[in-house]
Design a protein around this ligand. Structure first.
Ligand SMILES: [Zn+2]
Length: 231
């Protein structure tokens, strides 16, 4: 049954999934789904003293490794692939209690990963809050005339995670004056000028921007020099 030219997995016991209809050389049961070769003769798992093991199909590397670690007795199950002319691992036979312990360890890992993800999400949320506050403070420092709630709104809008907007860029992270100013300009454009109406009425974007440039600059100048207004 074992192809002489084909290397077999070397570590541990080997169990073969059936290729031909074979019966146990000892107890004659069969045809056998899985068999062990002893001196070239097929034995059923019971006669090979492996009948108490359970089959764990391949696919979950961590579970397989741990199930073998947790089992005093285990075997590798292989099947001959005729097309590729080699034996391929199908899974392992392990002790049921060992498999249960391995599953518990993997579940504990999954639970630990879940808790870590939650901690990460909480930390990112805190970072977001801190970032918005810092951004708003920088807006108010550069533009003292900008109303406080407006500064906060701009900072929140600019820092929406994953939006690719200015607040998330490296420059925004660094709270550079350019980044803060461009976030403010974007907001002023939409709120303090007829930019959106121009776009809606079909004015090309560059032309719309050109028409509102003066209005944006007036507002920015006022905010830059103005005293703090009540938001
Ligand atoms: Zn047998």
């Amino acid at each position: 049954m074992a192809h002489p030219a084909t290397p077999l997995p070397r570590n541990g016991l080997l169990v073969f999934q059936r290729l031909k209809r074979r019966h146990c050389a000892e107890c004659r049961t069969g045809p056998l789904q899985m068999l062990v070769l002893e001196d070239g003769a097929p034995r059923c798992l019971d006669c090979a003293d492996l009948g108490h093991l359970v089959f764990l199909p391949r696919g979950d590397t961590a579970l397989t490794r741990r199930a073998r670690e947790e089992s005093a007795l285990s075997a590798v199950v292989v099947r001959f692939n005729r097309r590729k002319s080699r034996y391929e691992r199908q899974g392992v036979l392990v002790e049921e209690a060992g498999l249960a312990r391995a599953e518990e360890r993997c579940l504990a890992d999954a639970e630990a990963r879940r808790r870590r993800r939650m901690r990460d999400a909480r930390r990112r949320a805190q970072e977001d809050v801190r970032f918005v506050e810092a951004f708003a403070a920088e807006i108010r420092r550069l533009f003292p005339g900008c109303p406080a709630d407006r500064a906060r709104e701009i900072a929140m809008h600019a820092s929406v995670r994953g939006s690719g907007r200015v607040g998330r860029s490296a420059a925004g992270r660094a709270l550079s004056e350019v980044a803060v100013t461009s976030a403010i300009m974007a907001s002023v454009r939409h709120v303090e000028t007829p930019y959106d109406q121009l776009l809606m009425s079909g004015v090309p974007r560059h032309e719309a921007r050109r028409r509102i440039t003066a209005a944006v600059e007036t507002t920015l100048r006022g905010w830059r020099t103005g005293v703090s207004e009540v938001g």
